[in-house]
Ligand binder design. Structure first.
Ligand SMILES: [Zn+2]
Length: 107
């Protein structure tokens, strides 16, 4: 699947997401990024940083987030704001590094 061929949001660097991760639509990107920003409070690893939700797990509220030139997986908590260190977050230098933390998920 090419992210550029079907009108879907183009992934930075043409990254692709392995199952169970799916790139999000423009609308979902906007609403999920807004949701994430409302959950982050001072003291959280991502607070005040340029975040953008780019993909989501098909089976749960885990989202893949672009953070400047880093990547993160954040489990959205739907608390406004949440109390750091929640929403639970894994940050890494590459998409592969952060997704590898979730390879043992049973979905
Ligand atoms: Zn999941």
């Amino acid at each position: 699947m090419s992210p550029r061929s079907n009108g879907a949001w183009a992934v930075p660097g043409d990254a692709t997401y392995p199952p169970p991760w799916d790139a999000v639509t423009d609308e979902a990107q906007e609403s999920l990024t807004k949701e994430l920003a409302q959950e982050l409070a001072p003291g959280h690893a991502l607070y005040g940083r340029p975040v953008r939700v780019v993909a989501k797990c098909r089976a749960c509220d885990d989202t893949v987030v672009r953070v400047g030139d880093q990547w993160a997986v954040v489990h959205l908590s739907w608390s406004h704001p949440d109390r750091p260190p929640w929403p639970s977050t894994v940050v890494g230098p590459t998409l592969k590094a952060v997704l590898s933390e979730f390879e043992d998920n049973d979905h």
